[in-house]
Design a protein around this ligand. Sequence first.
Ligand SMILES: Nc1ncnc2c1ncn2[C@@H]1O[C@H](COP(=O)(O)OP(=O)(O)OP(=O)(O)O)[C@@H](O)[C@H]1O
Length: 245
Amino acid sequence: MIQIEQLTKSFGGMPVLRGVDLDVPAGCLYGLIGPGASGKSVLLKMITGLLRPDRGRVLVDGKDVHALSELELQTFRLKFGMLFQNNALFDYMTVGENIAFPLRRLYDLGEEEIEERVAERLRAVSLAGFEGRTPAGLSGGQKKRVGVARATIARGEIVLYDEPAAGLDPVTSQRIFDLLRAEQRAMNATVVMVSSDLDRLLTVTDRVGMLYRGRLIFDGTTAEAKASDDPRVRQFVHGLTEGPL
Ligand SMILES: Nc1ncnc2c1ncn2[C@@H]1O[C@H](COP(=O)(O)OP(=O)(O)OP(=O)(O)O)[C@@H](O)[C@H]1O
């Protein structure tokens, strides 16, 4: 599980996180929501140790992430799968090499096993046989699916997704969310997902947290988020133009 305590961060004197406390239970699909520039991506990066807080702690399975040495961090990151906003696929590698990348970096596996696992992941995201293609020749939705395959190939216990469906049509977006949910259930992974596509995000989340002006102003089940009478949460979750935001 992930425990976040009093996480605080400023950039150039501008506070982004002002003492955020948040628990993500093991096996939970947690949706992190909030207006643009409210610190959602910053929070995700802090969970993996990619960005250091000014104050506060991130505990993953009881381990203080930011107290680890660089070497310990490398081992610790084996727990994670990640899909970042821009997919971060390597254009000079084939689809198969992209998906195999975390496996090659993290484990010493034979070529045959790597090939089998890449083929299995491609089947899971409905892109069987795409090993030899290059990312440049794929549609936006296909690139996202390759990103999902890469984020899940190392079978990390924790998977972080930042805007997994940004820029996709509604049908493809829903398919991506359904795929992420199916993957999360199959691996019993702990997932934190940031998405501005609330309608679809809330079809797959167990719990939801809302960041606003540097604070976590809501944390509860998806049903509680939808029924919240906090005017800020209600306005954001229901996409209302009138309200305090
Ligand atoms: N490395 C950095 N250096 C300076 N400022 C940063 C850095 N990373 C993030 N910020 C600032 O922190 C704030 C929060 O950024 P973040 O990317 O976490 O927002 P977000 O909630 O994910 O937004 P969006 O929904 O628009 O992607 C922004 O004002 C951003 O400019």
